[in-house]
Design a protein around this ligand. Sequence first.
Ligand code: LMR
Length: 398
Amino acid sequence: MFEHIQAAPPDPILGLSEAFKADPNPKKINLSVGVYQDNSGKTPILESVRKAGQLVLERQKSMSYLPIPGSPAYAAAVQQLMFGKEHEVVKSGRAATSHTPGGTGALRVAADFIHQHLPKATVWLTQPTWPNHPQIFSAAGVPTKNYPYFDAKANSLAFDEALAAIEKIPAGDVIMLHGCCHNPTGIDPTPAQWSKLADVIYGRGLLPFLDFAYQGFAEGIDQDAAGLRALCRPGAELIVCSSFSKNFGLYCERVGALTIVAKDKAAIDKVQSQVKVVIRSNYSNPPAHGAELVTTVLSDEALRATWEKEVNTMRDRINGTRELFVKTLKAKGVPGDYSFITRQRGMFSFSGLTPPQVEQLKQKYAIYIVSSGRINVAGITDQNVRPLCEAIAEVVKG
Ligand code: LMR
């Protein structure tokens, strides 16, 4: 039965982590997968999360099933974090949030929902985007296309090109945007650009779809929701897939959320009943623990204050590391101006390294970077920055 099956290529991101683990070189450096590391190269458990874990264990009375979309307390906490407590979307009840296994789970539930209920829609992805995006939609049978996003020459947002392309997307299609910390480029629209994007998107009759996996890693927890909130116009409909892998360090717990905003409460109730069918036929209902940690942290004043500090610390370290990286590239004589790296936001730097240079870094120096040239800045430490920049100098000079 299985003889005809050919081996799939390794995943472009997680496959590199597997290769890194298997590499015996003691000097190896992993800058591939988007996982935060502190300056000693460790991925810490946040103090707020550790304390919440103790509370969850003490308070837990049962391990029975959760409702299909997860716990209502989690849904409320997620909505308040994203939209703000007093936001009309929250108060009107025209949004429904489901707890999904990670942001990827949210994307897949949303993709299945689009396939079943918007069967004519194409999903438009930024060029470039996270390599798993097209794969998820394709697995759900949803066609995807790309619109321009990145100006490689200027290392900036190709805003005019993006707008011109969006103006031509057929009404009824879905347009994906990254809520903040665009993956892989680290380049986000300004608040004024978000507002213009909202004008054009709604003017064209498109459905915005936000992938929001890095809240707190760009400017601040509240500030990073500016794009989402710009899209929340009266009566406007949208889809948001969010993740707590990065900002709670809950990578292995798979805590994400799918939030759909409809025009009113009656509409969202019908939509959510269909989302429940998608979830039920997929994984039935979500695992509880990670979401309980998030809900506990967000609803306890002291834990929340600790968490906010911890997110700020992670963001500050990444931004400081950007400065250090650029300074060290210069000190090691790497030709070119890399100052654009300090203007990018989030974990990633779209470095401009070419696929052959990336391959050379892996083969000769055991440095693992995604082939697009995307570097996880959060993997750079005081220890590895010099050998890293020396190796980059070697491969760039040729
Ligand atoms: C990444 O882009 O590295 C992260 O989102 C992790 C992943 O699953 O790819």
